[in-house]
Ligand binder design. Structure first.
Ligand code: IMP
Length: 432
């Protein structure tokens, strides 16, 4: 059995998964996305050039690697074409290396409108979505009226019926404007023609790839705390970003996943609304935001910043069976006089060690911090643990103890080369 691994976010997203996936890709034949849509934004720097990917796995930047968009992903054809065209302009050809599941659901042109409207109607209780139409597309999927990629390539009359029905449902929700179904239908047919060469049976492809002993990496988008079931509901995305999404979102059996790498930042960030127990404000938050360039890769929104929360990462480790962590952006903490780790939450009923389901309990919880000395010598660019200042080594060790997982990878800068992979770690064995 080949060593297939899942790489997923252990916090609220934007942990730097793109860089980690990119770093590990040379050891894999295939990289497969299993959920989410173009709400994700993976920024990868290669030889000083910046690539921002939303829908296509960042594995595409490696010649010869096949990239998969699974049935669990919702695909906006226009966003897909833009990404394909942008990549082509940067000299990356996706043809022959991109496979999109015929079962993937589509984000239709008016799903964006519905997303914006739904947020406006929620008023104060808005989620802070990326306005990409992700939620409405998944609503149609679960409501059993969604349109799938294969529907664009099959019976045209059946598609016309589906589009007519969907558009009239949209018109019942948005009464101010009436959308005509015919142009939507014609646009979808054109989308289907352009997508046709990339469409296929993802489950079958993966099954054959794994049977040949080739390695597959399952790439998560968003993160565990944004998972529709296990995240801070309702302030979540509409898919299963945690490891369960791999099986349902690609059509692979659980035993195909031989290892799980959780990606966590050396601190915590979140975009959009919802609780963030260790959130900082003022100068320190600003300092982290500026040196970590904490602005959304998809929307440009400033990210909320806070200290590392071990309760969150412990919870993620349990939900996903995380074998090891990739700790990212350690260098952003360089120069701080001290650094804090949240090890539990204080509530009126005592201390909470486990992440609560009830957001009111979470909102009322105060983080319990351990304070450790910071480091003045930079960690930036370090490639070995012994190059790190002793205080930074101590921070990582304590973070491992309270999170209950080893940091097998430590990222010390945005470039591929600015990375420590511990030689005796489980990750080193996976890619051996
Ligand atoms: P949606 O996925 O656009 O519906 O947004 C739902 C929530 O997930 C919002 O809080 C978004 O900010 C958040 N979200 C969605 N995609 C990402 C991502 O790639 N990184 C971080 N947060 C995200």
């Amino acid at each position: 059995m080949s060593t297939n691994i899942a790489v997923l976010g252990a916090q609220w997203g934007d942990e730097g998964k793109g860089k980690i996936v990119d770093l590990l890709t040379p050891h894999f034949s295939t990289v497969a996305r299993y959920q989410g849509g173009h709400n994700a934004g993976h920024t990868v720097y290669v030889d000083g050039r910046k690539f921002v990917l939303h829908l296509i796995p960042s594995g595409i930047l490696h010649p010869g690697v096949t990239c998969i968009i699974g049935n669990g992903v919702v695909v906006d054809p226009q966003a897909l074409f833009k990404e394909v065209d942008d990549l082509a302009r940067m000299g990356v050809d996706v043809n022959g290396r991109l496979l999109i599941s015929e079962k993937a659901h589509l984000i239709l042109p008016y799903h964006r409108e519905l997303d914006v409207l739904s947020e406006a109607r929620r008023g104060e209780r808005k989620i802070g979505t990326t306005s990409r139409g992700i939620g409405p597309a998944y609503e149609d999927k679960i409501g059993r009226r969604g349109i799938r990629v294969c529907d664009l390539l099959g019976d045209r009359d059946a598609l016309a019926d589906d589009v007519r029905e969907n558009v009239s449902a949209r018109n019942r929700i948005i009464k101010e404007t009436t959308l005509d179904w015919k142009p939507v239908y014609e646009q979808l047919l054109a989308f289907g023609e352009r997508m046709r060469p990339w469409v296929g049976d993802v489950s079958l492809f993966l099954s054959r790839t794994m049977a040949e002993g080739k390695r597959v990496m399952f790439e998560g988008a968003q993160a565990t705390l944004l998972d529709i079931d296990h995240g801070t509901y309702p302030f979540v995305t509409s898919s299963n970003a945690s490891v369960g999404g791999v099986c349902t979102g690609l059509g692979v059996p659980p035993r195909a996943i031989r290892g799980v790498l959780g990606v966590a930042k050396a601190y915590t960030t979140r975009v959009g609304e919802g609780p963030l127990p260790t959130e900082l404000s003022g100068e320190l938050a600003e300092r982290l935001r500026e040196s970590g360039q904490e602005y959304g890769a998809s929307t440009g929104r400033p990210r909320r910043c806070g200290w590392y929360d071990a309760v969150v990462v412990r919870y993620s480790a349990r939900i996903n069976g995380i074998d090891a962590l990739a700790l990212t952006k350690l260098d952003v903490l360089d120069g701080l006089p001290d650094v804090k780790i949240c090890v539990g939450y204080r509530t009126t009923n005592g201390t909470l060690d486990e992440f609560p389901a009830d957001l009111r309990a979470l909102a009322a919880a105060e983080p319990c911090y351990e304070t450790l000395p910071g480091w003045s010598r930079p960690t930036k660019g370090a490639t070995r643990v012994d190059q790190l200042p002793l205080e930074a080594q101590r921070y990582i060790r304590r973070l491992e103890e309270v999170s209950g997982v080893e940091c097998a990878i430590v990222s010390t800068g945005s470039d591929r080369t600015e990375t420590i992979v511990k030689p005796d770690s489980v990750v080193a064995r996976w890619i051996d």
